[in-house]
Design a protein around this ligand. Structure first.
Ligand SMILES: Nc1nc2c(ncn2[C@@H]2O[C@H](COP(=O)(O)OP(=O)(O)OP(=O)(O)O)[C@@H](O)[C@H]2O)c(=O)[nH]1
Ligand SMILES: [Mg+2]
Length: 425
């Protein structure tokens, strides 16, 4: 059923085990997207496998390994509706080994729910995810302080965690005074659909109602089409079906498209969203589409689809503004970590450190610094080790932000401000 409601991509982020998947499963249940008998089936199965209490998480965690280990590994998309929106929810993994999957999820989101367990409070990936959400361009966030049952629904503990979170989000540029903090129990269902008597001290909105306070994201339909490929399927009887989210522009049936940096051309034969054929896809739509003239091996995750007459930009080099989140020693010219940009993951070399900036004012602190340390902001020149698509933040912000990772942690995040393009044809 095609929906008239605006569409939102919602990422659910936060530290491992804080209850993200359970919160999503619970919201799907309370909005009727998952029927009670399915949850009951999961409850019995989880219990018999020694995984009691994971019934709601299993709505999202479908992989065998996820269920056995009781953690989320890959991102999963599910749909549910509120009175105002229909949401595609992207459940992210909290485990530190899978932050790269979280980045892919966050890069597709218009808004986020940050889940923080009340007993633990702010933890390592709480901080990392907040930083990444902000630098990947998620401007709207709601905070769910979960597992309130485990702290006896205590208002004092809620306020402590809320205070720590306010400080954290303020540091990266969210406004705590405009952010909703909601005490919930995803497992017990408190403050999810209606306010619960156990927390009568809480006078704010329950979680599902709070989601309708999000503002509809702008749809940059006047820009050229950009759709970063997330996966490519080969479906018998149909052909090659890339999937991904439209970031800018409009994809229409019959359109001639180019995939970069693969440098392959094709024609859009059909477009599907949530298993229904649609005539066109607009920004925010997560779609699968069939392309004439493209084989499964021709394109892969990280390629970007655009109009044949205005193809995505492949960078030979680019200039970026970055903030160093954490680096064990000093970051110097020659350093080659992995850049995560839209759905691409490409090793890139720092070829020049142009200037160090004051992170608050943006004023130059030092020309041509010899190294950068944790906390520094800088303008740098980056050279990808293989062709990659990136756009300037000014023209196409959705494709201009990136995270820099090395040895399992996020080193920096930033945005592209100028490109030396590579001639592709
Ligand atoms: N007491 C209590 N336990 C909860 C609540 N919500 C989740 N849990 C439990 O916390 C554990 C982890 O829940 P998940 O939903 O898998 O956590 P997650 O954040 O998705 O974990 P990752 O995806 O691996 O990062 C499970 O045992 C849940 O039953 C809650 O509201 N109260
Ligand atoms: Mg999970």
């Amino acid at each position: 059923m095609a929906s008239e409601k605006p569409h939102m991509n919602l990422a659910v982020i936060g530290h491992i085990d804080h209850g993200k998947s359970t919160t999503v499963g619970r919201m799907m249940f309370e909005t009727g997207a998952v029927p009670a008998h399915i949850i009951e089936g999961y409850r019995k199965e989880a219990e018999s496998k020694g995984k009691a209490t994971f019934e709601f998480a299993w709505v999202m965690d479908n992989l065998k390994e996820e269920r056995e280990r009781g953690i989320t590994i890959d991102i999963a998309h599910k749909r549910f509706d509120t009175p105002k929106f229909y949401f595609t929810v992207v459940d992210c993994p909290g485990h530190r080994d899978f932050v790269k999957n979280m980045i892919t999820g966050a890069s597709q989101a218009d808004a986020a729910i940050l889940v923080v367990a009340a007993p633990d409070g702010v933890m390592e990936q709480t901080k990392e995810h907040v930083f990444l959400a902000r630098t990947l361009g998620i401007s709207q966030i709601i905070i769910a302080i979960n597992k309130m049952d485990a702290v006896k629904f205590d208002e004092k503990r809620f306020n402590e965690v809320k205070k720590d979170l306010s400080d954290l989000i303020k540091m990266v540029g969210y406004k705590p005074e405009e952010t909703l903090f909601i005490p919930i129990s995803a497992l017990g269902g408190q403050n999810i659909k209606v306010n619960s008597p156990e927390m009568s001290w809480y006078k704010g909105l329950p979680l599902i109602t709070a989601l309708d306070t999000f503002k509809t994201p702008d749809k940059p339909t006047d820009k050229p089409l950009r759709l970063p490929i997330q996966d490519v399927y080969s479906i018998s009887g149909i052909g090659t079906v890339p999937v991904g989210r439209v970031e800018t522009g409009i994809m229409k049936k019959g359109m001639k498209v180019s995939f970069m940096p693969a440098n392959k051309d094709g024609e859009i034969k059909s477009i599907e969203m949530h298993h229904e054929e649609i005539p066109q896809a607009v920004p925010g739509d997560n779609v699968g589409f069939n392309v004439r003239g493209i084989g499964k091996g021709d394109i892969r995750r990280g390629d970007v689809c655009g109009p044949a007459d205005s193809p995505p930009t492949v960078a030979d080099e680019f200039t970026a503004q970055i903030v160093v989140l954490q680096h064990p020693s000093a970051l110097t010219v020659g350093y080659t970590p992995v850049f995560h940009c839209h759905t691409a993951q490409t090793a890139c070399t720092f070829v020049e450190l142009k200037k160090k900036l004051d992170p608050r004012s943006g004023q130059t602190k030092e020309e041509n610094p010899t190294f950068l340390k944790t906390g520094d902001a800088a303008i740098v020149v980056i050279k990808p080790t293989k062709p990659m698509v990136i756009e300037t933040v000014k023209e196409l912000p959705q494709l201009g932000r990136f995270a820099v990772r090395d040895m399992g942690s996020t080193i920096a995040a930033g945005m592209c401000i100028a490109i030396q393009p590579k001639q592709m044809r």
